[in-house]
Design a protein around this ligand. Structure first.
Ligand SMILES: C[S@@+](CC[C@H](N)C(=O)[O-])C[C@H]1O[C@@H](n2cnc3c(N)ncnc32)[C@H](O)[C@@H]1O
Length: 231
């Protein structure tokens, strides 16, 4: 080993977790709520597949959907590809978001005419985290979409964990420059405190949409619509 090798960044080996049988980090409230919206969607678009837990779960339970996802880490991607083998409605790519979102939109412009369910979950592991850019792009190009973001800070509900990387917080404050451009947005958050997941603590999430839907007009009691000032 030479002197310069001492200064090289140590390569961290990525741990591959099992692919769990339930998606959406095993949160039964979120699974039920998302299923009621997925029924009426044409596409499921995910950023950050990891081991393809949510991807394979949504694929198996929703054969009517086209699912497209990306994973930046090549090792995890190779593992995930094996997990979705035989799921003919899945297209999984070894790509970074948001390039992934830009590309899938330009190669299939008609996609924006259907109802698209986004599950934005690409973060961590040393990759860039351009969530603001992604949300800005999606709100502009996909007015008929349900945008779910995982690991989100839930106002007034501290029981939910959320992500922060290098001072970038996964929260409404962080997304404000994109959200303020639209006056028709509806924003929904969880407010339950029961932990239903067998393998994950309570994690926050948000749904941002410009769409109306009977389920949103008749919200389950454990989900609330956010209004400025919080609830
Ligand atoms: C929380 S895990 C995703 C879990 C998965 N969505 C699920 O619900 O089963 C986040 C994944 O995003 C990947 N990732 C991080 N930044 C990314 C980026 N900019 N583009 C694509 N993937 C990224 C990480 O390598 C990691 O595997």
């Amino acid at each position: 080993m030479g002197i310069f090798d001492l200064f090289k960044k140590k390569e961290e080996k990525r741990i591959i977790y099992p692919t769990f049988s339930k998606g959406f980090h095993g949160d039964d409230f979120l699974i039920q709520f998302s299923s009621s919206l997925l029924k009426d969607c044409s596409h499921f678009v995910e950023t950050g597949s990891a081991e393809a837990t949510t991807l394979s779960f949504v694929s198996k339970n929703n054969p009517h959907l086209s699912l497209i996802s990306c994973e930046a880490d090549e090792v995890v991607y190779r593992h995930a590809i094996k997990q979705v083998e035989g799921l003919t409605n899945v297209d999984l790519r070894n790509q970074l978001s948001p390039e992934f979102v830009y590309k899938l939109t330009s190669e299939n412009p008609a996609i924006v005419n259907g109802k698209v369910f986004f599950w934005l979950d690409a973060h961590g592991y040393g990759f860039k985290w351009p969530l603001l850019e992604e949300v800005d792009f999606i709100l502009n190009k996909y007015p008929q979409s349900f945008i779910f973001i995982d690991d989100f800070k839930v106002p007034g509900q501290p029981q939910f964990g959320y992500d922060v990387y290098e001072e970038q917080e996964c929260s409404l404050d962080y997304l404000e420059p994109a959200l303020r451009k639209y006056n028709n947005l509806k924003i929904y958050f969880p407010k339950y405190s029961e932990k239903t997941s067998e393998y994950h603590p309570l994690r926050g999430w948000v749904l941002i949409t410009q769409l109306s839907h009977p389920v949103l007009e008749n919200l389950p009691e454990d989900i609330f619509e956010y209004t400025q000032g919080g609830k």
